[in-house]
Structures are given as C-alpha cells and as structure tokens.
Design a protein around this ligand. Structure first.
Ligand code: ATP
Ligand code: MG
Length: 614
C-alpha cells in the first residue's frame, strides 16, 4: 500500500490498528452503551409490529369482534411512542459520539502535526496530512456512531424476526432464513467490488479536480502560450476517463439491486407457494402467513445494510492505518532528554537556565542531504562567523543558499558534522532557545490570517503600538499600511492572500525587526519589492543589522554590497569569500556576476531612455 495514496485499500483487516483508534471512543463509552441499547431496542420493536398485525387479524378480524380494540390501539400507540423515544436517544448519542470522537482525533492529529519537524512535511504531501485531519477523522467518527448503530439495529431486527418466525412455523422459518446466507454472500461480493470501483472513481475525480485547479491557476500562462487546444484535449481525456470509471461503479449497482430483488421475490414466491399447503394442513394460520410475508419483504434490506457496514469498516482499514502512521511519525529535530531536562520544553521552558546568546556561528564539517533525497546538498562545509557579522550569500539558483540558512535555523539538522553557536553544538541547547533568538524572513513569506498588527507582533506579542510602527517604518511597510482602509487593523486573509507578495515581504521584515533575534536571516527578503523601496530598506539596514549576526541572501547584488563578508556558493561549496571590494578586485565569479548585472541594468536604462525619447 502506498502510504500517501488516499485511495489505496488495505490488504487485510487488522484489529490491532483499530484498537489504537478505539481509545478515542473510551471517553464516550456511556454514549455508546446508550446508543446500542436504543438501536437494539428499535430493532426488536420493529420486529414486533408484524406480530401486532397478526394479533389484530386473529382477535378482531377472524373473531369478528371489536372487543378490546381500544386496549389494542393504546398498546400500539405506546409501542410507537417507545419507538420514537428510542429514536431520539439514538440520534442524540450518535451525534455526541460522532462529533466527540471526530473532534478529539482532529485535535490530537493537529497538535501532533505541530510538533513534527520540517523534514516530515518535506517528504509528505500537504494533501495527505489534511485528508487525515479532516476527512478520516470524520469517517471514523461516523463508524463508531451511525455505522455501529445501524449494524446493531439491523442485526437486532433480523434476529428478532427469526425468533418470531421460528415460534410461528419452524419449517417455513428455515426456508425463509435460508435465503439470508445467499443474500449476505451476494451482497458481500458486490459491496467489495463496489468499494474498489468507487475508490477508483473518486481517485479519477481528484485527478479531474487537480486538472481544473492547475489550469485555472495557470490560466494566464495558458493564454499566453496559446496552448488552449492541447489543454482542452488533455482535459477531455481525463474527464472522459472519469465518466467511464464512475459508470463502471454505477453498473455494478445496477446489477446488484435487481439480483437482490430476484432473491427476495424468490423467497416470497416460495412462502406464497408453500402457504396454501400449510394452511390447509392446519400447520399455519392466515394471520401468521401475513407475518411471514411482511418479514420476507423486509428482511433483505437489513441484511444488505449489515454487509454494507461491514465492507465500509473493511474499506476504512487503510485510513485507520494512515491515521496511526501520522500519529506515529516522530519529530526528528527534537531535543535530547538531558537537554529537555536542563532547558525545559514548550510546556515548561526553564528560561532561567538559558544562556545569553552572543551570536558566533560555526559550520564544522557539515554535510547535509534532504531526508527524502539521496544527493548531498552540502559536503564537508566549513564556515566560521563572528557575532555581529553580516554575511551575504550569493550564488546560482539551486546552489544551496536556502539550505544553509535552513540549517542555521535548525529547521533541519546536519546529516553529519556540527553547527556551533557560541562554540556549542546547537543540539546541546534547546530548540526553543534558538528559535527565540532568531528572526527570519523566508523566501516564501508566510502571513497568518488575522490583521497586519497581529502579524507584525507575532513573535513579540507584548510590543507596544509605537514599537510596531517603528518596526514597520524601518521595513518601509508603514506607508503602504497607512493607506489601507483600516490601517494596521486590516485583515490580511488566509496566508496573507490579500496583500501583494512584496507587501507580504515588507510585513515579514517588520515582524523580523520587532522579533529582535540575535540572529537574523533574510532569504530573498526583498525579491518582490520594487528597487526604490528595496534601496530604502537597504538604507535602514545598518540599524537593522546592528548587534546581530545576519545572513542575507539576495539575487540583486546591490543589496549585498555592504555586507561584511560575501560568500559565493556553488553546488554546496564556497567558491569565493571576501567583501565587495576584495571580490571585485579578484575578478572571479562575483566580479562576473556583478558586472553582468550592472551591464544588464545599463542596457535596461539605455532602452528605457530610448523608448522615452521616442
Ligand atoms: N525541501 C527540499 N527537499 C529536497 N531537496 C531540496 C529541498 N530544498 C532544496 N532542495 C535541493 O537542494 C538544492 C539546494 O536548494 P536551495 O533551496 O538551498 O537552493 P538556493 O540556492 O536557495 O536556490 P534559489 O536561489 O533558487 O532559492 C537544490 O538542488 C534543491 O533541489
Ligand atoms: Mg533559496
């Protein structure tokens, strides 16, 4: 089974996996008992109604009297009321269990996911995690409530009906009940096939959705490249495939229900065919015959429900395993037990033991590969940075710049070698300690839904409004924020969607400034900001970089010119190192990159002037 395939089925039923999920039901045990009680009660009472009919036929119709009819009506009403009562209890408790189990599981999964390290997200599609948290918890909640009760209800009905039939006429009862295994077998087979086909259809459905998604998101590109015909053709193919697969599932259903009807009619025909003989022989009265006909009609539906519930449970085996696998995933970047002992954890940070950070950073013989890949991004990397230094990292796309800072932030740990902060391997200190001393603006800035103010204050919730505005001014974010209709209280939307990428970057920079970490990381922090704003930010950087060890990654070299050290990386190795002037003088890679960009800029200006002159 592919661990990440939403639609894969487990090979076999494994009770142990279910037992682990069962712990979520335990707090709702009382509700489960009540649910089962009401469901079984409903089943038994359902089976009593045909017997009431029999009573009426014998005692009123055949006896040609209405004596005691009011008592009968009262009993009938009482029965109906009890049924209603059972139904209310049943629904109430089912909802309680469904929602409760679902909520508890979702909460556990959510908080577990929060603790996982970045490498898990690297190797696991987000869709996989979301499906576990949202849809699996819902299906499992339903299993322990609605499915369980449907099972109990229908089973109770079938058993009670069987008992009643046996009381009335053992031979006829045997004949009718013999159809049960036939239907159960038939239904079981069909349900299994249906389950597989439905999953295939849903899988195709998600392919269609993904296709839609990609093409809508890529609408501009598609128009630009004028490849509409090809795209439409491709979409028609996957869409047609979806029709075919959905149809295959429907076809099985179309065959299944008539089959059940045939068996059911066969049983009924048998009862009807046998009955004159039996009635004539005095082995059966007409009233009992009515009961038999009623049971024969209504027995097959519950049996079908029971097998369907069964196959649903089987079908969820794979989901249970995947929920368990998510719960089993352990964070790889964690503090050792002795480190937690000394420095505490998220729940109880022993800040009194936290060392003051200076900001010296050293890469000692660091090799690193991403957890799901074979290729090393860094090999035996060495670098020593003194506290307060501003380091600029430049290099081609994919050179390993972001990887370097990911390691500094301990989003990932070195595969081998050490990263030392103030001379101590950072794994000897707590993760939280490092995070509380970091400020970063990442390559893809992320804002949380909420206001701009919330977002700037994220790492420093106690900051005053003055401090927030000051940070925003330094980040050149203040002027655009002021122009928004609600200023700092403007909602940014999910993931900051309502702001432009450049605006998001400015807000993230303000957040980093306010966080006041001793180590500052800016990964392409101003890549989407216009040149003028960028220059203004650069003008402020002196203040920003003061007393901080900082890493600045930028493609535009004008941004990095003032750094204390510029390192040029290529394929995970430092190929040049020095300050701007030294590197220009060396006339190596940096020189070529810089003069190349400068050339480009000059050409740009030249053409712009040409254009303006016209
Ligand atoms: N999350 C990841 N999982 C696996 N491999 C990765 C991951 N991120 C980066 N890589 C690989 O590591 C190498 C270095 O990537 P990195 O992101 O550090 O480059 P970069 O220098 O920051 O590039 P860019 O300038 O485009 O941001 C690349 O070959 C890339 O394919
Ligand atoms: Mg990068």
């Amino acid at each position: 089974m592919d661990r990440h395939d939403e639609y894969a089925l487990a090979d076999r039923f494994n009770l142990n996996e279910w037992k682990r999920i069962y712990k979520y039901v335990i707090p709702y045990k009382k509700h489960v008992y009540m649910l089962l009680f009401a469901a079984v009660g409903t089943g038994i009472f359902d089976a009593i109604f045909p017997m009431m009919t029999r009573f009426a036929i014998t005692n009123f119709i055949e006896a040609k009297t209405l004596n005691g009819i009011w008592l009968f009506v009262a009993a009938f009403l009482a029965l109906a009321l009890i049924q209603l009562y059972f139904n209310v209890i049943y629904t109430q408790h089912a909802i309680r269990i469904e929602m409760g189990v679902g909520r508890d599981m979702r909460y556990d999964l959510f908080s577990h996911v929060q603790e996982l390290s970045l490498d898990y997200f690297n190797a696991t599609p987000v869709g996989f995690i979301l499906a576990r948290i949202m849809s699996d918890t819902q299906s499992l909640g339903a299993i322990f409530s609605w499915q369980l009760s449907a099972f109990a209800w229908n089973l109770a009905y079938v058993l009670s009906a069987a008992v009643n039939m046996f009381i009335l006429s053992p031979p006829l009862a045997t004949a009718v009940l013999l159809t049960i295994p036939v239907v159960a077998l038939l239904a079981g087979k069909f349900q299994k096939k249906l389950l597989v086909l439905n999953r295939i259809a849903r899988k195709q459905n998600s392919v269609v959705t993904a296709g839609y998604n990609e093409n809508i998101n890529g609408a501009v590109t598609i128009k630009e490249l004028d490849c509409r015909h090809r795209i439409n053709g491709e979409f028609a193919d996957i869409n047609g495939e979806m029709r075919r697969k959905a149809f295959a599932a429907k076809r099985v259903e179309m065959i299944f229900f008539p089959c059940i009807m045939v068996v059911s009619s066969g049983a009924l025909a048998f009862v009807l065919g046998m009955s004159p003989v039996m009635v004539n022989k005095g082995a059966l009265d007409v009233a009992s015959l009515a009961v038999f006909i009623s049971y024969t009609f209504t027995l097959l539906d519950p049996i079908e429900t029971i097998t369907r519930t069964f196959s649903r449970i089987m079908g969820l085996q794979a989901n249970v395993e995947r929920v368990n696998s998510l719960l089993d995933a352990a964070p790889t970047v964690t503090d050792r037990a002795d480190v937690v002992e000394k420095y505490g954890d998220i729940y109880n940070a022993k800040k009194e033991n936290w060392e003051e950070i200076k900001g010296d950073i050293e890469f000692r013989d660091v090799s690193f590969k991403y957890p799901d890949s074979e290729k090393y991004v860094l090999e035996n990397f060495n670098l020593k940075i003194k506290a307060g230094t501003c380091v600029a990292i430049v290099g081609a796309t994919g050179a390993g710049k972001s990887t370097l800072v990911n390691l500094v932030c301990r989003f990932f740990e070195p595969t081998s070698g050490q990263i030392l902060i103030d001379g101590v391997d950072y794994r000897e200190r707590s993760y939280l300690w490092l995070q509380s001393n970091l400020s970063y603006v990442l390559q893809t800035p992320h804002l949380f839904s909420g206001t701009i103010l919330d977002n700037i204050k994220y790492a420093n919730p106690d900051a005053t409004m003055e401090q927030v505005i000051d940070a925003a001014k330094q980040a050149q974010a203040h002027s655009f924020i002021e122009k928004l209709p609600e200023g700092y209280n403007t909602e940014v939307g999910q993931g900051g969607d309502k702001l432009s990428t450049g605006q998001k970057q400015l807000v993230s920079i303000a957040r980093a400034i306010l966080a006041k970490g001793k180590i500052l990381v800016m990964d392409e922090a101003t890549s989407s900001v216009d040149t003028q704003t960028e220059q203004m930010i650069n003008g402020m950087t002196d203040q920003l970089l003061k007393d901080r060890t900082s890493f600045i990654i930028a493609h535009r070299l004008s941004t990095v010119k003032n750094a204390d050290v510029i390192i040029v990386v290529d394929e995970g190795k430092i190929i040049e190192m020095g300050n701007h002037r030294q590197l220009l003088r060396a006339e190596g890679h940096y020189y070529r990159m810089y003069t190349g960009q400068w050339e480009e800029k000059r050409q740009d200006e030249f053409f712009r002037n040409l254009h303006n002159d016209k």
